[in-house]
Design a binder for this molecule. Structure first.
Ligand code: CTP
Length: 155
């Protein structure tokens, strides 16, 4: 669709929460960026996460700074509601909408406006999995007679 604007750039758009930025996020962003010339990320705000029933470890501003520091990301915009995707695609002249395949089929309605691609998720990593590991680690730490040794062992 960006080609219709005449600048020759293929624009890619994706959305997510990107809490505790991890390998699965980086791989998704790298593959999304490789589909075009510019990657826009719609980053869920803390208020929208509350609507989704998600609680983030990192607030929006910190998640935004992390994403902006990623070389695959060209622009971060706030995602404040489910309904904005259609207008974002139009307003940003998006060619391709990308999500991980945990969302497969969910955004096919956008196919009238742009290409829609679902990329395979990276296995065995997620924000939820990282939270689980930290909780397990905390339990180990609290129950240890030598908590400092636990800290050093996992450093
Ligand atoms: N993603 C991925 N591979 C992973 C984890 C995430 O490709 N292992 C993708 C998701 O499919 C999504 C984007 O990264 O397109 C942002 O995902 P997000 O929901 O922020 O990350 P999760 O780690 O899945 O978070 P949670 O565990 O809270 O659901």
């Amino acid at each position: 669709m960006a080609r219709r604007r005449g600048d020759g750039q293929r624009r890619i758009l994706t959305y997510g929460t990107y809490d505790l930025f991890h390998l699965g996020h980086v791989r998704l962003l790298a593959r999304a960026r490789a589909l075009g010339d510019m990657l826009i990320v719609g980053l869920s705000t803390d208020e929208f996460n509350a609507v989704k029933g998600k609680t983030c470890v990192m607030p929006f501003e910190q998640r935004r700074v992390m994403l902006e520091a990623c070389r695959h990301v060209d622009l971060v915009i706030p995602e404040t509601c489910w309904e904005q995707k259609q207008s974002d695609v139009v307003d940003h002249g998006v060619d391709t909408f990308v999500m991980g395949d945990d969302w497969a089929g969910k955004f096919d309605g956008l196919k009238a406006l742009c290409d829609v691609v679902y990329l395979p998720r990276t296995p065995d990593i997620s924000t939820t999995e990282l939270k689980r590991r930290i909780v397990t680690y905390r339990q180990l730490y609290l129950s240890s007679s030598e908590p400092d040794a636990i800290l050093q062992a996992t450093a």
